[in-house]
Write a protein that binds this ligand. Structure first.
Ligand code: PGA
Length: 222
């Protein structure tokens, strides 16, 4: 199966960069998680392009929740994936605890999108019993992204053997669920990372903001 390449722009990007990406990237295996404010624009320019959001509200549909964006609203922009539980959110916003991530998982999947659920080295604690049974029931709609804290934005990845070890544990525990890796993926290490057994794709932060680097990563995935 082709590897999934997901770019995570975090709080970066602009309308002009959206234009550049839509014109330059044609692979159907690429997904871009851009700030919500760009999603409807990107979809109107290129409805086939696969879009992701970087989070959603615990509230769904509509309501008096100032500043919130629901999974229902994200789905209305033709967004197909939502990243949940990124460590940058878990560490900054207490609200992104295990119980609320489970609510968000449910909102994403009930709006017919897939969840990209991020976990770090501490995945046993992040994936509690309730999350485990939810994931088991929705195995095809959840992608587990293993993102070791030491690798995010640092330029240092774990060894390929270490990554393979964790991905194999996650696959075994979660009935062969899709597993991707994220953390300092770049043009220099993408070939090694793609060779990792049990890897179904990559989540790319910083390098997804540099067009040449991102194109090299996409090309490596074939
Ligand atoms: P990075 O970020 O590629 O810049 O390390 C990855 C991520 O946070 O998803």
């Amino acid at each position: 199966m082709k590897k999934l390449i997901i770019g995570n722009w975090k709080m970066n990007g602009s309308i002009s960069f959206v234009d550049v990406i839509l014109e330059s990237i044609k692979s159907p295996d690429v997904v871009i998680a851009m700030p919500n404010i760009f999603l409807a624009y990107a979809n109107s320019k290129c409805p086939k392009f696969k879009l992701a959001a970087q989070d959603c509200s615990t509230f769904d549909n509509f309501g008096a929740h100032t500043g919130e964006v629901s999974a229902h609203m994200l789905a209305s922009t033709n967004c197909k994936y939502v990243i949940l539980g990124h460590s940058e959110r878990r560490s900054t916003f207490e609200h992104d605890n295990v119980a609320n991530i489970l609510i968000k998982l449910n909102n994403v999947i009930s709006n017919n999108m897939k969840a990209i659920l991020c976990v770090d080295e501490n995945y046993e604690a992040l994936l509690d019993a309730q999350t485990l049974s939810f994931i088991e029931a929705h195995r095809d709609d959840v992608i587990l992204a293993y993102e070791p804290l030491s690798a995010i934005g640092t330029g240092k990845t774990l060894s390929t053997a270490e990554i393979a070890h964790t991905l194999s544990e996650l696959k075994a525990k979660y009935n062969n669920i899709q597993t991707i890796y994220g953390g300092s993926v770049n043009p220099g290490n993408i070939a090694d990372i793609l060779s990792i057994e049990f890897l179904d794709g990559v989540l790319v932060g910083g390098a997804s903001l540099k067009l040449n680097d991102f194109q090299t990563i996409i090309a490596a995935a074939g």
